[in-house]
Ligand binder design. Structure first.
Ligand code: ADP
Length: 319
């Protein structure tokens, strides 16, 4: 293998740039030429492909977002779209591709691999929802953003003796809500993986108030319901007024934490090694603090498990 490409696809996440930088520099270190594909699979179809030198990925390790830009590309889900992408890869002499993204992006990468173009997946998403890896690039930064917000909201909640509902990202996975809830000392956490009991939520609020708590924090993952819907349910059920804060896209941005930079660097570098070993169709991940590679199909055929010990502990600690 002499020449490889790298792209970022799907939802962006802080630390993707560290992964891009690692792919480019690790590739060059091993004597490869590395090209950046701009705007994900859309750019691959359109041939937005440019050689990257070591210096081209300088000064990005500390930046959020992705220097290569990202896109969603419905056309790439079609056979015709994938054929166009392959034509471009041939034209630009690419023999392998590192795809940094979520499980949707992995499906695209697997389609190319099956058509004879080896791809390796690097998990980049703030949701931490990719089966086969304990952590994804961007989760730690998003988590710290949420924590910062909770801490600030807690100040005003305490001053005014209020109950706050904080809606965080997570359509199918509750990791962000779970970790943020435990780290932020929330009274109640609502995640898609676990059914909720409105009576219990109200009961906890009342008990907290009875023992003199000046504030309550409820974290709800967007996949369960919106913060406003929950506020209405609590109001209707118990007449308790709450304030809602929807964190939204600030959770996606910001300078990556040291941890996400390190993960991005480790994963990006390992992806190049796996391509050099001639192994397409693999995903990179971390299990039990070790960098691993595994069959990419696992990432979109199996379920991601949230760490329910965090859920239980959070309940125990917020009595
Ligand atoms: P993420 O990678 O963050 O999960 P998406 O699910 O939006 O984000 O996927 C990103 C892109 O990957 C899509 O816009 C599409 O181009 C490609 N993709 C997603 N699913 C498939 C699929 N089943 N087959 C081929 N390509 C896919």
């Amino acid at each position: 293998m002499k020449r490889i490409g790298v792209l970022t696809s799907g939802g962006d996440s802080p630390g993707m740039n560290a992964a891009v930088r690692a792919v480019v520099r690790k590739g060059i270190y091993h004597g490869l030429e590395v090209a950046g594909v701009y705007q994900g699979y859309q750019g691959l179809i359109e041939g937005k492909i440019k050689d990257l030198e070591a210096g081209d990925v300088g000064d990005i390790i500390q930046r959020g977002g992705t220097k290569l830009y990202s896109a969603r590309c419905p056309e790439f889900k079609t056979d015709a779209g994938q054929e166009k992408a392959i034509e471009q890869m041939k034209k630009h002499g690419l023999e392998g591709l590192v795809v940094i993204g979520g499980d949707g992006s992995y499906q695209g990468a697997m389609a190319l691999t099956r058509k004879g173009f080896p791809c390796v997946g690097v998990p980049g998403t703030i949701d931490n929802d990719i089966p086969g890896t304990d952590y994804t690039i961007g989760f730690d930064t998003a988590l710290n953003t949420v924590i910062e917000a909770i801490d600030k909201i807690r100040d005003t909640a305490t001053s005014h003796e209020r109950t706050f509902i904080i809606e965080v990202m997570g359509r199918d996975a509750g990791d962000l809500a779970l970790w943020a809830g435990l780290a932020g000392g929330a009274e109640t956490i609502l995640i898609p993986e676990e059914s909720y009991d409105l009576d219990e939520i109200v009961d906890r609020l009342k008990k907290g108030k009875a023992r003199g708590k000046r504030h309550s924090i409820i974290i709800v993952a967007e996949g369960v319901m919106s913060g406003n819907e929950l506020a209405t349910l609590i109001e209707e059920k118990a007449g308790i007024e709450t304030r809602v804060s929807v964190l939204g896209h600030i959770q996606r941005g910001g300078s990556p934490t040291a941890r996400d930079r390190v993960l991005g660097s480790l994963f990006g570098a390992r992806a190049v090694e796996v391509l050099l070993e001639g192994e397409g169709g693999k995903a990179i991940g971390m299990r039990n603090h070790l960098v691993v590679d595994y069959d990419m199909t696992k990432a979109f055929t199996e379920e991601h498990d949230a760490d329910m010990t965090l859920y239980t502990l959070s309940k125990e600690l917020s009595i």
